[in-house]
Design a protein. Structure first.
Length: 585
C-alpha cells in the first residue's frame, strides 16, 4: 500500500479520470487485459439474493488510514449442513460532535440455502451484536477455526481497537434440531485487552498439542491524535503514506486447551513494532520445510515481510524470524514492498509450497519459489520475472488473492482483485477503481487471461478481501468479493465444464487442527500437491477443503496424506467428481 513518493517528486497531478463518474478501465499491464476465451466465472450476485456493502466512513472527509483497509470475507459452514455460509465484516463510520468518534457498523451472516441462494441469518445466528448487546466495533477481517475442538467451526472478527471471538454453540443444548448460533466469548478467552488495531488473523496448531493457536497482525499507530495532513504537493487533501507512522507489534496467542488464549508474543520471539518493522496486513500459515510444523509468513506495508520458522514444542511456542536470510522479505531489487494479500501453492510441480504476495502499484507482485538447500533447509527465489508475472502487475494495487485451478487442468492459477487506497490517485491514467486480474498457469509460467473472468471484469472495482471456496460443491472454486462502499459480489466458478475433479476434507484426530498437513494425488504421470493452510487471501478465510483438477483423467492413483505429526495415510480408488473426508487415525 506504499504511496508514490516518486510521483510527488516528479510533480504529477491527479488524473482527470479520477473525477469522472465512471473511470476508464485500465488493465494491470497497461494493455488489453489478456486473451479471449470462455468465461470462467458467472456473476450470480443478483440471483443469490445476498445484498451487503462494507462501509468505510469516507463521507466524513477525514482522509484517515482507517478508511483504506476495507473488509474481508469468511466462508464457514456454521450449521454443518455441508454448504459454506458467508460472514461479512461491516466496517464503520465517524460520528460524535466533532465527527471523530469511530463507530462500528453491523456485520452480517448469510446462510447458504443451496442453488446459489443466500438468506440473512445474522440475528438467528447471534451475530447481530456483541456480548451484553453491545454494538459492533469498526471491523475489518475474519478468521475461522475450531478453537475448542468440539467439531464445530468458530469465528474471530478483527478491527479497530479490539477483536471478537465467537464460539459455535447449539441454540438449544437439549435439542440439536434447533440449529446453531454464535456466543461472544472474547472476555472468557482472554482476547478482550491489549489490541490496538487488528487486521488479518490466522489459526494453526503451532506447538503440536492439537489446539489451534492464533497469530494476529496489527497495523499502524494512527489515531486522530496522530493524524497528519498530507496533500502530496497538490491542493487536494489525501490519505498519508504508512511510512509516516510506527508499526504496531503483532501478537501470537497460545491456545491453553481450556477455552482461553495466552499472549506469548515476547517469549515466542516475535519482531517488535517500529517505524521500519511490523505494519501487518496479511498472514499465511503453512508448513514450508516439510517438518510438519506450520510456519508463518506475514505481509507488511512498506516494511520487510516476516517469515517465522516454527521451532515449538507442546505447550511452548518458539518462532525464528528468517525472512531476509531465507530470501522471502524483499523483492528482486532488495526493496520492502507495500504487501497485502498472500497464498502458497505448488505452482511448478515440485511438491513444495511457493509463496505468493500482492503488492502496491509500481511494485512487482512477489512469487517466491521454494528451493530445497543442500544439507537441509530451504531458500526462496524471487521468481516473478521468470514466471511471466512481473510485466502484468505494475499498475494496480493488489489485495485478495489465491492459487486456484480455474479450469481443472491440475495446474493452480492465480487471481488478484484490485483497488486503490487513495481517493484521488496520483499519476496519469491511474484510477481508484481497478480491474481484477487472472493469471493462467501453463506448466509453471503464467499468462494474463483476465477477460475470461467474465462479466465482473467489465467494470473496475474498489475490491479488498476475497473468500475463495466451493459454495455449491461442484468442484469449482467460487469467489465472494468484498468492496469498499460497493456491494459484495459472488462469482460462481464454471471453468472446465468437461473436466473432472476430486476434493478432500481433512479431519484431525479428536478434531485436532490440521494446518501443516500435505496431500498428494497421483494423476496420470504427475503428482499434484496441496497444502492445509491457515489465513491467506486478505482479511479473509476461505474453504479449507483441498481441490484437485483431474482434466480428462477418470481413474486417479493413490492419494497420500502426510499429517502434521509426520504419519502418512494412503488411500486408493477414490471416486472422482466428489468430496471425500479423510480422517486421521
Amino acid at each position: 500500500m506504499r504511496h508514490l513518493c516518486t510521483a510527488v517528486l516528479l510533480g504529477l497531478v491527479f488524473a482527470a479520470a479520477a473525477c469522472t463518474p465512471k473511470p476508464q478501465p485500465t488493465a494491470p499491464d497497461g494493455h488489453l487485459p489478456g486473451v479471449d476465451g470462455p468465461a470462467l466465472f458467472d456473476d450470480i450476485t443478483t440471483a443469490s439474493r445476498l445484498s451487503f456493502t462494507y462501509r468505510n466512513g469516507e463521507e466524513a472527509e477525514h482522509q484517515t488510514m482507517l478508511e483504506t483497509l476495507g473488509g474481508g470475507v469468511a466462508l464457514i459452514d456454521y450449521d454443518g449442513d455441508g454448504l459454506l455460509d458467508i460472514f461479512l465484516p461491516g466496517g464503520g463510520r465517524f460520528a460524535g460532535s466533532n465527527g471523530k468518534e469511530i463507530v462500528g457498523l453491523p456485520c452480517k451472516l448469510f446462510k447458504n440455502k443451496g442453488n446459489g441462494r443466500f438468506e440473512d441469518f445474522t440475528t438467528v445466528s447471534g451475530l447481530d451484536a456483541l456480548a451484553g448487546g453491545q454494538p459492533w466495533f469498526y471491523s475489518h477481517g475474519a478468521a475461522v477455526a475450531d478453537y475448542d475442538r468440539d467439531g464445530w467451526p468458530d469465528l474471530l472478527v478483527t478491527g479497530w481497537g479490539r477483536v471478537a471471538l465467537f464460539r459455535n454453540v447449539p441454540i438449544d443444548p437439549a435439542d440439536a434440531t434447533k440449529g446453531r448460533r454464535f456466543q461472544d466469548v472474547t472476555t472468557e478467552a482472554g482476547l478482550d485487552h491489549g489490541i490496538t488495531w487488528a487486521t488479518s488473523a490466522a489459526f494453526a496448531d503451532l506447538d503440536g498439542d492439537g489446539y489451534p493457536d492464533l497469530y494476529l497482525c496489527q497495523y499502524l499507530n494512527w489515531s486522530f491524535a496522530n493524524h497528519p495532513k498530507c496533500d502530496y504537493n497538490t491542493t487536494i487533501p489525501q490519505v498519508c503514506p504508512p511510512k509516516l507512522f510506527e508499526g504496531l507489534p503483532h501478537k501470537v496467542y497460545r491456545n491453553t486447551g481450556t477455552g482461553s488464549f495466552v499472549d506469548v508474543s515476547a517469549e515466542a520471539g516475535l519482531v517488535g513494532g517500529g517505524r521500519e518493522s511490523s505494519k501487518g496486513l496479511g498472514v499465511l500459515i503453512v508448513d514450508l520445510d516439510g517438518d510438519g510444523k506450520p510456519d508463518i509468513y506475514v505481509a507488511n506495508d512498506t516494511t520487510p515481510k516476516l517469515l517465522y520458522m516454527n521451532h515449538s514444542t507442546p505447550g511452548t511456542i518458539r518462532l525464528r524470524e528468517v525472512g531476509q536470510t531465507f530470501g522471502a522479505a524483499r523483492d528482486s531489487q532488495g526493496n520492502a514492498n507495500g504487501s497485502m494479500g498472500m497464498d502458497a501453492g505448488d505452482y511448478n510441480g515440485t511438491g513444495r509450497p511457493a509463496l505468493w504476495v500482492t503488492n502496491y502499484e509500481h511494485e512487482q507482485h512477489g512469487l517466491y519459489r521454494n528451493e530445497a538447500r543442500p544439507g537441509g533447509g530451504i531458500f526462496f527465489h524471487f521468481e516473478s520475472e521468470r514466471a511471466g508475472i512481473a510485466q502484468m502487475s505494475q499498475k494496480s494495487v493488489g489485495w485478495g488473492t489465491a492459487f486456484l485451478d480455474v479450469d481443472l487442468d491440475g495446474w493452480e492459477d492465480l487471481l488478484v482483485v484490485n483497488g486503490h487506497v487513495m481517493r484521488n490517485p496520483l499519476g496519469n491514467g491511474v484510477t481508484r477503481k481497478q480491474l481484477p486480474v487472472l493469471y493462467q498457469n501453463i506448466r509453471g509460467t503464467f499468462r494474463n487471461i483476465s477477460r475470461q473472468i467474465g462479466r465482473y471484469h467489465d467494470d473496475p472495482h474498489m475490491a479488498r478481501g476475497v473468500g475463495f471456496g466451493d459454495l455449491d460443491n461442484d468442484g469449482r472454486t467460487d469467489l465472494v468479493i468484498s468492496h469498499v462502499n460497493e456491494p459484495v459480489a459472488i462469482l460462481r466458478g464454471v471453468g472446465g465444464p468437461d473436466r473432472h475433479w476430486l476434493g478432500v476434507r481433512l479431519a484431525g484426530k479428536n478434531h485436532a487442527d490440521i494446518v501443516g498437513a500435505k496431500v498428494e494425488l497421483r494423476v496420470g504421470d504427475r503428482t499434484l500437491t496441496r497444502f492445509a493452510k491457515g489465513g491467506g487471501s486478505y482479511l479473509s478465510s476461505g474453504d479449507r477443503r483441498l481441490l484437485f483438477g483431474l482434466g480428462d483423467v477418470v481413474n486417479p492413483g493413490r492419494l497420500t496424506v502426510t499429517w502434521p505429526n509426520g504419519t502418512k495415510h494412503e488411500v486408493d480408488g477414490l471416486a472422482i467428481d466428489r468430496y471425500h473426508t479423510i480422517g486421521q487415525k
